[in-house]
Every structure is written in C-alpha cells, then in structure tokens.
Design a protein around this ligand. Structure first.
Ligand code: FAD
Ligand code: NAG
Ligand code: NAG
Length: 601
C-alpha cells in the first residue's frame, strides 16, 4: 500500500483540525454580519416560538400557514450553512460553537470509564437544533408507547398519532439509506437463522431486524428547519443569535412576551396569543426556572422569586447504551477513514447524493425483547460497520469523553478492526433531574440523569450483551471473521470475564448516552402532581404559555426520538390554533390551588 495507515490518520487529523477552524471562523463571521441586522425591539406578534430546532420549526411552519398570524422564532444559535448538510459532517459539529456542549454532573453508579465520570451531551445550537447533529434515523415508536403517554387523555385515538406521523413524513423526506456495506446481509442471515423476523419497513418498532429509514433528501441531511427555510411568508420572522432569558408575565400569570439578548444587548418581544417554549430538554426547563416556574425551594435557594410551583426539571430520562468495540473483525468493511476522505467520496456525494459521506453510521436496526411479558421491545440494536477504534483515538473517543486510562488499557489493546453493535436500553427505570446552577442565564445548568441508579436497567443491558454474543456465535458471523472481544475492561479485573458481575462492572464503566434525553417538562393530566404541562401543552397554572419539544415527553419510546418529537409538534400546532385566545381565563379555584396563595387579579 502506498499510503500507510499512519499517513491516513495524519491527513484525517489535519482535516478535523482544519474543519474545526472553518466552523469557528464561520461562526465569528455570522456574528459580524448580524451586527448589521439587529432584531426589532418591543414588537408584537401573535406567537413567539423560542427555539428553532426539531419541534420549533414544525410549529413555526404550521402556525404561520394561514398567512395571517404573525409568528416570531427566536433561536439562540446561528443559521446553518450548506456544508453542514453533509450527513457525516455532523460528528465534527460536536464540541464546536454550534453545540451547547452540555455535560452531566459526575455520575455515582455509571460512566466510571469516562473523564470525571461525566457523560457529554451535545445539543444543536443552530437553526435546526439537535436535528442538525443527529444521526437522522427515523422511527415512529411502538403503539404501546403512545397509549402510555395519553392514557389519561380523554378522546385519545392512536390513529390520530399515526395521522400526525404521516403529516411529518409528507413534509420531511424519509428515505432508505443511501449507503451500506456487506454487513447488513450478514446480520440479516444470522438473525434469520436465529429465528428473528426480518422486516422491510419497521416504523413502529416491531420485534425483529430491519434496515433503518433516515431523514435524507437525495443523500443530504433533511431537517424540519430546512422545510421552514424554504417558505417565504411575510407573517413569519426567524431571528438567530437571540438568547431568550425570561418569560414576561402579567399579573394573572399570563405570558405576554419574552426578554432576550442579541449580541449582549437586551430586547423584548410581545405575543398576543401565546409564548411557546421549544428550546429542548435542557433549554425549556431552564427558561421556565429562570422565570420563576419550578420547584419552589430550588428557586428560592437561588434567589429567584417563585411564581408557580411545578416539578420542572424532574423526570429526566435517557436511552443508554454500552458495548463499544465488543465485536472484532479480521478485515475491514468498505467504509472507514480512507473511504471517507477519498476524493471519490466527495464526487459521489455531489454528483449522485450517495456514497460513504451520506452514512448515518447505523446500517441495521433491531428491536428485541428480553422478557416474555413484553409485547413491545426493551432493547434496540444499532449496528454499525465501524468501531470507535477506527481513528486511533484522535477524535471519536473524545466525543464520548472516554478516559486516557480506558483508551490505552482497553481500546488501544484491541488487535483487530471492530464493528459496533450497540444495545440500547429502551425503557430505563432510572430518573434524573435538571436544575439551575445559578440565576445567571449564561451558566450551564446541572444535569443529573442518575444513570443506572435503578439496578433493573443494568439487568436489561446485560441481556443485551448476551444477545450480541448469540448473534456473533452464528456461523454467518464466524465465517465473516467476527469474534467477541475478550480484553478485560480496566477497573473490572476483579471479576471473572463473562460473568454477570463482570458485565455489570463493564456497563457501569462504559455507560454511553444514546443521545435521547426527554421528560423535564412532563405532559399529562392537570391533576397529576408530576406533570408540568397539560394535554394542550399549556404550562399548568399559567395562561398563554406552552412547552412543545422533547421535554414534554412523559416516557421514552421504543426507538429514536426525533420522529416522536416532530409528531408532537404537529399535534401541538393544531391544538394551539384551536384555542380561543381572546377569552383570558379568570382565576378560578383550581388556579388558586395551583398557584399557592398567590393573589390573582
Ligand atoms: C449525537 C446525536 C445523535 C442523535 N441521533 C438521532 C437519530 O438518529 N434519530 C433520532 O430520532 N434522534 C436522534 N437524536 C435526538 C434528536 O435529534 C433530538 O432529540 C431532537 O432533535 C430534539 O428536538 P427538540 O425540538 O426537543 O430540541 P432541539 O432540536 O435541540 O431544539 C431546541 C432549539 O432551541 C434553541 N434554544 C435553546 N435554548 C434557547 C434559548 N434560551 N433561547 C433561544 N433558543 C434556544 C436551541 O439552540 C435549539 O435550536 C440524536 C441526538 C444527538 C445529540
Ligand atoms: C469517579 O468514580 C470513581 C469510582 O467510584 C471515584 O473513585 C472517583 O472519585 C469519581 N470521580 C469523580 C470526579 O467524581
Ligand atoms: C419476546 O416476545 C415474544 C412474543 O411476545 C415471545 O414469544 C418471546 O418468547 C419473547 N422473547 C423472550 C426472550 O422472552
């Protein structure tokens, strides 16, 4: 070979460095351009939507559709540039100025193999939000998941949920993968021989193996913000670089606008119909708490005057995974750094919209159950043709915060190529919190998912690893040159390899987020003390204030969550446009009860 591996890695290293600089430069450049276009101050709209991410973009689209209602979208991040639509580029967006760069607090029972016992949580800080740096995999979720969300709702029909999904699928391009290796055939043959079903299309998380669908348009990343930007409606204003800090309230708990910063200057905007928070699972609870809506004792401790006492920031849940590089391979598949950096890949992408640059990472998905009692899956496999070892530890491992010790004593010791079968815990029992660190809107909040605090979560992940072993021991995988990784994980050498205790130790060390946090502004019936918004997405005890994004989801679905978030946004837009905003609620008994002795005018 003319180009040695070291040379390729060196080129890759330069590329990552160079691209990082481009991102930083483009960010500074848009700051500069924006100084010439300040937003209007103290202007009145019908709706103000805070956050132009997955959910916010759908809302803005639907609420401005009638051409009459004036809609303002305030997004803290920048506009996107076309370059960022190349699917595989998204990994480079993490830890860039287009990422909020959140991190959890040190975990007690998990993440022990990560720097500081901390899990890194990238989230998109740009138009398109986190859907600009996600893996684009599109799943609806299992019927039972939605029945669970809406079990207390009157006139709930699953068919409504499906109709909202269909609307999303009409708006967004959901297509087959534009690239795959020979891995998928091997997996399907192995799975079939083990008795699993192979499904051609599996939107609703049926048990079995399938090829995933992705939000791709001719090989390009396709987000809800893309379809928003194509509209040119006079009644729709989208402003970037506007960080919303606080909701403005009238005396009767009626939200009438927001306070925001644009390039360090204070601005206000007013809404006649509604203020809608779509700032994501961290952003939305943060704005609520900064505005005095949250647990009273927490707010008082920080010197924030409590307005409504609600369990904001509780019920935090996330999909967890583990098992990086557990499967070794004696040869490489036709994807890797070499292929990604090759000029042919670029040509193929720009000419045909296909090739390795369009990869979502994941080639095969599976939904599996580890107990007979479940009709819905409790484990999802995401099967990828590459391992984290692929780039010799230069970049990929830093995205997960894998510690030097773990890298040099585990991953660097693996003699082979690797592929990835991630077992994702679909229905975790552990619950965490998001709290403010201070009343300064610029401070990162305290995120504590309390990963694996419930031992049942560990048990399911161990079952997931057992399933991987079963798959790998099939003759299809054996003759493909795959074997199970036997290197002992640092910190777990006190346990006998491949016992339950060993795997528990392993999982508590290599605890990796699947990037699906939800639940911090839980939706449900008004009387339920654990809920923050009602089934109309309205923040309880307030008027004209709504939350619509991943934070309202009560419990995780059986699959990736961007689809369900987009579906909810479509549902919320319809609910919001049906409300008669002229009739401001008077202060009835229920309101007084919720607001705890606060006098209504
Ligand atoms: C690495 C990664 C991979 C993923 N892969 C997949 C996948 O393959 N499939 C899938 O279905 N899901 C995936 N997800 C999850 C999915 O993308 C997110 O759950 C989803 O995009 C969240 O949507 P949202 O509308 O709730 O929030 P977001 O899309 O994050 O939108 C929130 C928006 O609000 C803005 N904002 C926040 N605070 C403020 C403020 N104070 N003022 C103004 N604006 C503010 C943010 O900048 C952002 O644009 C992935 C996530 C990550 C991180
Ligand atoms: C991480 O966890 C280990 C093991 O429990 C502990 O010894 C260490 O102090 C923790 N580090 C931090 C920063 O919490
Ligand atoms: C998964 O569910 C199916 C159908 O409900 C059942 O037949 C099967 O035994 C379950 N699998 C396990 C591992 O329990």
């Amino acid at each position: 070979m003319i180009f040695g591996r070291t040379f390729i890695i060196f080129i890759y290293f330069l590329f990552v460095l160079f691209f990082g600089l481009i991102l930083r430069f483009s960010h500074i450049f848009s700051d500069f351009c924006e100084t010439f276009h300040p937003p209007d101050n103290k202007q009145t709209y019908d709706y103000i939507i805070v956050g132009g991410g997955s959910a916010g973009s759908i809302l803005a689209n639907k609420l401005s559709r009638n051409g009459i209602d004036k809609v303002l979208v305030l997004e803290a991040g920048k506009n996107t540039i076309d370059l960022l639509s190349i699917p595989s580029i998204s990994l480079l967006l993490q830890n860039s100025p287009y990422d909020w760069k959140y991190a959890t607090v040190p975990q007690k029972n998990s993440c022990l193999g990560l720097n500081q016992n901390v899990s890194l949580w990238p989230m998109g800080k740009l138009l398109g939000g986190t859907s600009m740096l996600n893996n684009m995999l599109y799943v609806r979720g299992h019927k039972e998941d939605f029945n669970e969300w809406f079990k207390d709702k009157e006139d709930y029909y699953y068919s409504d949920v499906i109709n909202y999904f269909k609307q999303i699928e009409d708006l967004l391009d959901v297509s087959d993968l534009a690239f795959s290796t020979e891995l998928s055939d091997i997996v399907f043959n192995a799975a079939e021989n083990l008795g699993y079903s192979i499904l051609h299309c599996n939107y609703d998380s049926k048990l079995g193996f399938n090829k995933p669908k992705a939000t791709l348009n001719k090989g390009k990343r396709w987000t809800s913000a893309d379809s928003l930007k194509q509209l040119h409606r006079n009644n729709l204003v989208i402003r970037t670089s506007c960080l919303v800090e606080k909701i403005l309230f009238r005396s009767n708990f009626e939200a009438y606008g927001v306070k925001f910063k644009f390039l360090n200057k204070n601005y206000e905007a007013f809404a006649q119909k509604a203020v809608i928070l779509s700032a994501g699972v961290i952003g939305s609870p943060k704005i609520l708490m900064l505005s005095g809506i949250g647990e009273k004792t927490h707010l008082e401790k920080l010197g924030i005057e409590p307005i409504v006492d609600l369990p904001v920031g509780n019920n935090l849940q996330d999909h967890l995974t583990t098992g990086l590089d557990l499967v070794l391979l004696d040869h490489s598949l036709n994807i890797g750094i070499e292929q990604m950096l090759s000029p042919f890949a670029l040509l193929e992408y720009f000419l045909k919209g296909s090739g390795p640059l369009t990869t979502t990472g994941c080639e095969v998905m599976a939904f599996l159950n580890t107990t007979k009692t479940h009709t819905k899956p409790d484990i999802q496999f995401m099967i990828m043709p590459l391992g984290i070892k692929e780039d010799n530890g230069y970049y990929l491992r830093t995205l997960m915060g894998i510690s030097d010790n773990v890298w040099s004593n585990y991953f660097a010791k693996i003699p082979h190529k690797s592929l990835t079968i991630l077992p994702v815990l679909l229905h975790p029992k552990s619950r965490g919190t998001v709290r403010l660190a201070s009343k300064n809107p610029l401070d990162q909040p305290l995120i504590d998912p309390q990963y694996l605090s419930d031992p049942r979560d560990v048990a399911v992940l161990i079952e997931g690893i057992e399933l991987i072993k079963k798959l790998i021991s099939t003759k299809e995988f054996k003759s493909f040159g795959a074997e199970f990784n036997q290197v002992i994980f640092p910190g777990c050498s006190n346990y006998i390899f491949d016992t339950k205790d060993y795997w528990e130790c392993y999982i508590r060390h290599l605890t990796i987020t699947a990037y699906h946090p939800i639940g911090t502004c839980r939706m449900g019936k008004t009387e339920d003390p654990t809920t923050v918004v009602d089934f109309n997405f309205q923040v309880k005890g307030t008027n004209k204030l709504y939350v619509v994004d991943g934070s309202v989801i009560p419990s995780l679905t059986s699959g990736n969550i961007n689809g369900p978030i987009l579906m909810l946004a479509g549902m919320a837009a319809d609910a919001l446009s049906k409300i008669n905003y002229l009739s401001t609620k008077t202060c009835d008994f229920m309101d007084v009860f919720l607001r705890e002795n606060i006098c209504c005018v």
